[in-house]
Design a protein around this ligand. Structure first.
Ligand code: SF4
Length: 420
């Protein structure tokens, strides 16, 4: 009988996509997927540490598995992978690895996700929509975010590999593709100018700093698979257009694939959302009209403390520009409430922005202090939890309740129709 495996995934879509590749890694080695976690010979826990709560859920789940293993002998093997291991392998002091080994002493293997890689064809869990990663990691270093430490520097997948995967998906009958990356807007910068591209100025490791000048990052063209030579699309870095990217071309090439009916992408940042990208979306009806654009706060002073490189005015102008150019476009967003030092007035500015931006949905989070981040080192997590919760509830009522009501109403209408 073949050995069995089970993957438990915590966190974002990128983790879901990684798990699809881990599944394929096991199937290629003759494993079969177990129906339930406690029946599996090998369990893989794909971890998230974006918030403390997510991290604690991982510890809880692993410890329950260990209890089962000690009592009933299953699973034989527990493997932990994902963001917590990513953080541990990048922490040069070794302290984080020590900590997770101490908190999960019976884990058999800590597997860095890079060892699984992009090369395996994923074992898809959906038959209509396919997740397709275009890049991994992030160079932005927002002060609250642990991703640049857990996933490392942004690495783009080769353009030709992404196209080949999308063509294969179309051939297999997939209609919808969702492109994934921590920041899809800067896709390709490293393919064009190498890993030492200008974004690494944001790195805390001084040896990566480049001279501060206005040299254009590239004036050479880039040859796409198939031989088309294009001019990379420059997006903003520190308010200057100087990061060369390929994302609009990638969207165009995927939209041209026969059989693909709809293309979505996540996530994209407000400060490097280029006019060329807006044009590409406007011209291509296959590309989503529901865009996700994380604002995080409506207060300029909070945005500055977060190291987000736009102001509330820039953000609102960008939404307006897109509404003017892309008929039917709607926006969802991410907002963090209770970031370090957030005052009542700063929060009121977020409320005001929400009223103006008219988001149809928001992923709201109460700020959670994360080890390794600049906010953890420099600021105090000083907004009391009850106040964070109150602010969260205010925004939930403003944005998500009306959205949920709308969905509920349309479901009710459908039910009435089907009864008739
Ligand atoms: S852009 Fe900012 S919030 Fe998004 S993954 Fe990168 S560092 Fe985190």
């Amino acid at each position: 009988m073949s050995p069995t495996y089970f993957i438990k995934t915590f966190g974002c879509q990128q983790n879901e996509a990684d798990s699809e590749r881990i599944g394929s890694y096991f199937q290629n080695r003759g494993f079969q997927r177990a129906k339930a976690i406690y029946q599996a010979d090998t369990v893989v826990i794909n971890t998230c540490m974006i918030r403390e709560m997510a991290e604690n859920r991982v510890y809880g789940r692993v410890n329950n598995l260990v209890k089962n293993k000690l009592k009933k002998g299953k699973p034989d093997k527990i493997i932990v992978t994902g963001c917590m291991v990513g953080m541990a392998v990048r922490d040069k002091s070794g302290l984080f690895m020590k900590l997770i080994k101490k908190r999960m002493p019976y884990v058999d293997e800590f597997l860095a996700i890079e060892e699984v890689g992009f090369d395996l064809p994923p074992l898809r869990s959906d038959i209509v929509n396919a997740w397709v990663p275009v890049s991994n990691g992030c160079n932005n270093f927002c002060t609250f975010c642990v991703v640049p430490f857990t996933r490392g520097r942004e690495i783009s997948r080769p353009y030709a590999d992404i196209l080949a995967e999308c063509r294969k998906l179309a051939g297999e009958g997939f209609k919808k593709i969702t492109l994934l990356g921590m920041n899809v807007n800067s896709y390709g910068a490293d393919l064009i100018v190498g890993a030492d591209n200008i974004q690494v100025m944001r790195d805390i490791d001084k040896k990566y700093f480049r001279p501060k000048d206005d040299r254009p990052m590239t004036d050479k063209g880039y040859t796409l698979p198939g031989g088309r030579k294009v001019k990379p699309v420059l997006v903003k870095h520190l308010n200057r257009l100087r990061i060369p990217t390929l994302f609009p071309y990638l969207l165009e090439d995927i939209a041209a694939i026969e059989g693909i009916e709809s293309i979505d992408f996540m996530s994209s940042n407000p400060w490097d959302f280029s006019d060329r990208l807006i044009e590409t979306i406007a011209k291509n009806p296959k590309i989503t009209r529901k865009l996700h654009l994380a604002v995080q706060s409506g207060s300029d002073t909070v945005l500055k403390r977060m190291n987000r490189w736009y102001t509330r005015a820039d953000f609102l102008q960008l939404l307006q520009k897109m509404r003017d150019k892309i008929p039917g476009v709607e926006f969802s967003t991410d907002i963090i409430v209770g970031f370090c030092g957030e005052t009542d007035d700063e929060f009121r500015e977020t409320i005001d922005l929400v009223k103006k931006a008219k988001f149809y949905k928001a992923y709201l989070a109460m700020y959670s202090d994360r080890p390794g981040t600049a906010a953890h080192r420099v600021f105090k997590d000083d907004v009391p939890h009850p106040l964070k919760k109150k602010r969260w509830q205010i925004l939930e009522e403003m944005i998500n309740r009306p959205y949920l009501k709308k969905i509920q109403n349309s479901n009710n209408k459908l039910q009435i129709k089907s009864k008739i």
